[in-house]
Structures are given as C-alpha cells and as structure tokens.
Design a protein around this ligand. Structure first.
Ligand SMILES: Cc1ncc(COP(=O)(O)O)c(C=O)c1O
Length: 491
C-alpha cells in the first residue's frame, strides 16, 4: 500500500519551496517545488500525493494549476498514476546514469549509495533558462559560433560578479572554459615550466593534483588544518620559502574536502606572503557560492594578490551539466592565458554559455534553494553519524557539499572496501592526499536525497564494525602500497 500524504502535510512542505521559486507561471513553480521535494526525499518514492481535487484548497492555488503541475511531473517521470491508487511518487532514472562511468568506473548495483561525487542535480528554473537561451540563440546563428574567450554576455556577467565581491574585473579579464578544472589546466600550462613545483594544500581536490601533475608539475604538499578554518599561515610561509614553488593551487572558499573557509585576516596575510615570495596562486573558487549558515564570505583571496589567476564555475552551485567555468586573469597575463587556452580547445558551446549567463543573473533567487537543500542534507547526515558512529570526529562545515570525518583510527581505505558490501561507494581519505597519508579520514558528501542520506550512517557503522573486527584488510597509512578501491579522478 502506498503511504498516503494528506493535502495539509503536502501543502506545508510545498509552501516554503514554492516561495523560493519566484518566477514563472504558478503551475511551473509548483512543478519545480514538488520535483525538488521528491529529489530530496522529502516526498518519498512510493508515497501517494493528494488528489488534484484536494490539494488546491490548502495550497491556495486553482485546480487547473495543480492538474497542470501533476501532468508535467508525470511527463518528467516523477509521478505515475494508476487507476485506484492515485498519483504515486517515483524517482525517474537519469538517462545515462547519475554519474558517468569515467568518474565511478566500478559498477554499482541499483539502489547503491554513491558518495564519490560532490555534485547535485540542477536547481529549479534550469529548463526555463534553457528555453530562454534557445530564444536568444537565433541571434548567434549567423556567426561562426567560435568564442574561445567566451560569449561577451557571459564574460560581462562573470566580471560583474567579481566586481560585486570586491575584486574589480572587466570582461576582457575573463576567459570562459569548460569548467573550473579546465581553468586550472589552462593556468597550469601557462604558468609552469616542465617539472616546475606547485604548492598544493593537503588534503585537496584530487582532480587538481592529477591536472597539475598532468601539466608536468611536481606537487609540494602544505598540510592544512582539518578541524578549523585555518591555513597555518606560518607553515605556509616556510613551505613557500623552502620549496622553490613558483605556483600555488589554493581552495580558500569551502575547501574540498575539508569545507574550511579561509578567514579574511588570513587572506590578507597569505596574499602578502605570496607576493613577497613571487608565487602566483591559482585560486579555485568553485565552491564560493555555497555558504550554508547565512554567513558573508570574505572578499576574494585574489584581491590580495594582483598576479593571481582565479578559476570558478557554475558546476557546484548551479549545475555541472552546463560545463561552464572561467578564469579571471590579470591583464599582464591575458595573452599567455589566451594562448594556453587555445592549445586545449576552442571554446564552450554557445547555448550553454547563454544558459549560464541567465542562471548567474538569476543566482540571487536560485542559490538560496540550493543552499537550503544542502543545509538540510548536511543536517540529516550529521544526525545519522552522531547516532550511529559517535566516536567519529566530524567537523561541521559552514559551507560546501561534504563532511570531512576523522575516523577513530586509520582505516579509510579498508572502510571504502567494506562499504561496498553494504552498497555504499566512498572516496577514501588517501584520494585527497598530496604526498601520501590521510587514511584516518573520509569524505562524505551530503548532495543526495534524504532517504539515501539517512541510510549512510547505519550502513557505514556496519562497514566500520567489519573493519574493526578485521574482516576487511586495513589500508596502510601510506599511499604507496594502498590498493585504492576508487580512482583519484573524482568530483
Ligand atoms: C575545488 C574544485 N574545483 C573544481 C571542481 C570541478 O569543477 P568543474 O566541474 O567546474 O570543472 C570541483 C568539483 O568537485 C572542485 O571541488
């Protein structure tokens, strides 16, 4: 028997989501609000929605609006209606899978919980942004469609956003790239001599290590504090002086994987040090738009280092499927960066750039929805860990998409192996290590729906018990010799 949801209960759930969907016709806003509640697991799969006659009253909407929203949800695969059982919630399969096999090559069974990827589904309004962009596309069709620097309209929006955050930027300083990681690759190729040294935080985003090494660089690890928003400024100064690094790759805003946010004072100090050492930072701001506790993010680190290259994208805050990112480059380096960009590829599709421009313009309305979804996911996952794994030390990040958890003893790699038996895929701590170590840590994203997030801690508790009981071979606290069950290429 499907679980039956009363019209009042659904209306109470829908009201805040509906208020967050500020534009478009009422049926479209209701569709989006219901779709999000389903994707988040707050309207669980298999439950029965109130009838098209009962819901309009408590919602204060017309019956036609509710009927159109239900019809739309049926067409999108979120509802199915059988005679006698009403409209029942279902979660549609994503054609081609939620994540590409290159990101998670190991086969996962149906219903498995994939915690290897920190990326969420598209926010409400994405289809509408595509619709608007299609209307605008006509004007571009007579041209060649090649915009290796980026569409002027998008470069303008990105420049305005930097300026509004305190880093004055003009559109000619913006180069559009297919994602922030591509931005790192462009910058690394322009800045690094063969076998040149690049300072990276450890832990850090694994793909960036692979990209920097792929550009021929040797990485020098700078350990950052796991438990607080703290970059160990004195230690960084020493490493900069001693390592001979000419470039540094830093993630100051809701760092992946720790979630740490570099305090304003440290930004100024670190900026001074980088300038004094002549080290050019590649600053990755991919996650800057995801503060979860209503806090104001400090001004960009790039403000303190005129020579900095800052990369960003819409992948984490809006949608990874757009494949739109950018670099902000100092004027003196614009020619080098443009040349490096042309060696990699010739640009991002026009349609997606138009969509990204529209979505970035609408970001003040869209981001609060994304942040609210992530905040709720963070709280569900934290509550589960506190109940089922109380001896894991978990930092509560003030932003971003994942928890970075300290295990009571090293065993993250063994845990990732053990978790597979409980249908959970994990990225173990050593994946994030530059220079080895971190087997005592594990990253747990909170991007999935609540129904899945609620199952994470109970399943990991079983897997961890297997590790403690020696039923799974423990990983060593040293990346050489480990048999990682996941590749280092993860999102
Ligand atoms: C710090 C960081 N940079 C870059 C990326 C990749 O971004 P994009 O998809 O825009 O290339 C990620 C994705 O997880 C990330 O966490």
């Amino acid at each position: 028997m499907p679980r039956v949801l009363t019209a009042r209960a659904v209306a109470d759930l829908v009201a805040p989501a509906l208020a967050a969907e500020s534009s478009g016709p009422a049926y479209g806003r209701l569709t989006e609000a219901l779709r999000h509640l389903i994707a988040d697991g707050r309207l669980p799969e298999g439950s029965r929605l109130p009838s098209e006659r009962d819901l309009p009253g408590p919602l204060g909407l017309s019956r036609t609006t509710v009927t159109r929203a239900y019809t739309e949800l049926r067409a999108q695969g979120y509802l199915h209606t059988r005679r006698g059982s009403g409209s029942v919630v279902q979660v549609p399969d994503v054609p081609g899978g939620r994540i590409d096999h290159l990101l998670t090559p190991s086969a996962l069974s149906d219903g498995a919980i994939d915690l290897t990827c920190t990326a969420a589904g598209a926010p409400g309004g994405t289809s509408e942004a595509y619709g608007q962009a299609l209307e605008e596309l006509g004007a571009y069709l007579p041209g060649t469609g090649y915009y290796p620097g980026g569409l002027p309209v998008l470069r303008e929006v990105v420049a305005e956003r930097f300026t509004a955050r305190g880093l004055a930027t003009t559109p000619d300083q913006v180069i559009v790239a297919p994602g922030a990681l591509a931005g790192v690759a462009i910058a690394a190729r322009a800045l690094l001599a063969p076998r040149g040294r690049v300072l990276v935080e450890t832990p850090t985003y694994p793909n960036a290590i692979a990209t920097l090494e792929g550009a021929g660089a040797r990485t020098v690890a700078h350990p950052i504090e796991h438990a607080h928003d703290d970059w160990d400024v004195a230690g960084l100064g020493r490493t900069l002086r001693q390592s001979g690094a000419r470039v540094a790759y830093l993630i100051p805003d809701f760092h992946n994987p720790t979630g740490a946010l570099m305090p304003a004072g440290q930004r100024a100090e670190i900026g001074r040090m980088l300038r004094a050492a002549g080290v050019v930072p590649i600053i990755d701001e991919s996650i800057v738009d995801l503060p979860l506790d209503g806090q104001v993010v400090p001004e960009p680190l790039g403000r303190h280092v005129p020579d900095a290259i800052t990369v960003g994208s819409v992948s984490k805050s809006l949608w990874g499927g757009l494949r739109v990112g950018w670099l902000r480059v100092p004027r003196g380096r614009a020619a080098d960066m443009a040349a490096s960009r042309l060696k990699l590829d010739l640009g991002v599709p026009v349609l997606e750039q138009l969509v990204a421009a529209r979505m970035l313009q609408a970001a003040p309305e869209v981001l609060p929805q994304q942040q609210a979804r992530l905040r709720a996911g963070r709280d569900v996952l934290l509550a589960g860990l506190r109940e089922h794994l109380p001896d894991w030390r978990v930092r509560v990040p003030s932003g971003g998409m994942a928890l970075w958890c300290a295990l009571p003893r090293p065993g993250s790699t063994a845990l990732a192996t053990a978790a597979r038996a409980y249908d959970v895929a994990l990225a173990a701590g050593p994946n994030f290590a530059a220079g080895g170590g971190l087997d005592g840590w594990v990253r747990l994203p909170y991007v999935l729906g609540h129904d899945q997030l609620e199952q994470v801690a109970p399943r990991l508790a079983q897997a961890w018990a297997d590790v403690l009981a020696g039923r799974v071979s423990a990983g060593r606290d040293d990346r050489r010799g480990l048999q990682p069950v996941e590749p280092r290429i993860i999102a």
